[in-house]
Design a protein around this ligand. Structure first.
Ligand SMILES: [Zn+2]
Length: 164
């Protein structure tokens, strides 16, 4: 059984980063923003605080966090709150990258977490809307991984053309 790191190393379009200080400074800022947004999470039920951040074409960085509800199915993922915020404040600005991480039991996750299936579909909508591949960056204290396109995580998304 291979480790998560080994699986990403073997994955087309994935780059495993051991030291984030070697990354482009704007990507480092993006990662810092998703970490910061873990502290704004409202997750009293799971105690699993997720932060997401988006890099827009304008250079602006927008964050979001998971928002839970006593009625569990209503919980909203961090990726979705960030995307909804960006699309609400800057509806005509493309999104280049999304970063995500989580904080639990007093520390950031060791292995990076990836967007859930529902978020992958949600992200793909904006990739299509802005005609961008939309890079996914997942931060963990063991390693960070960048996937060059949401379509690598969701190869067969449901799309607008399916309505036609
Ligand atoms: Zn999700």
């Amino acid at each position: 059984m291979s480790t998560l790191r080994e699986r990403y190393l073997a994955m087309d379009g994935a780059t495993v980063i051991q030291d984030i200080t070697t990354m482009n400074p704007i990507k480092q800022q993006l990662i810092e923003k998703c970490k910061e947004h873990c502290s704004y999470s409202y997750s009293p039920y799971s105690n699993f605080a997720v932060g997401a951040s988006l890099l827009l074409e304008s250079g602006e960085i927008i964050g979001g966090s998971n928002q839970e509800n006593a009625s569990y199915p209503l919980c909203i993922c961090a990726e979705k709150t960030a995307l909804a915020a960006a699309s609400s404040f800057y509806p005509n600005t493309g999104i280049l990258s999304i970063a995500v991480t989580a904080f639990k039991k007093g520390e950031f996750v060791e292995d990076p977490i990836s967007p859930c299936g529902s978020c992958r579909q949600f992200i793909a909508e904006y990739a299509q809307r802005y005609q961008q591949p939309l890079e996914i960056i997942m931060y963990g204290t063991n390693f960070t991984v960048s996937i060059d396109s949401i379509y690598k995580l969701l190869p067969f998304s449901f799309e607008a053309k399916d309505f036609q």
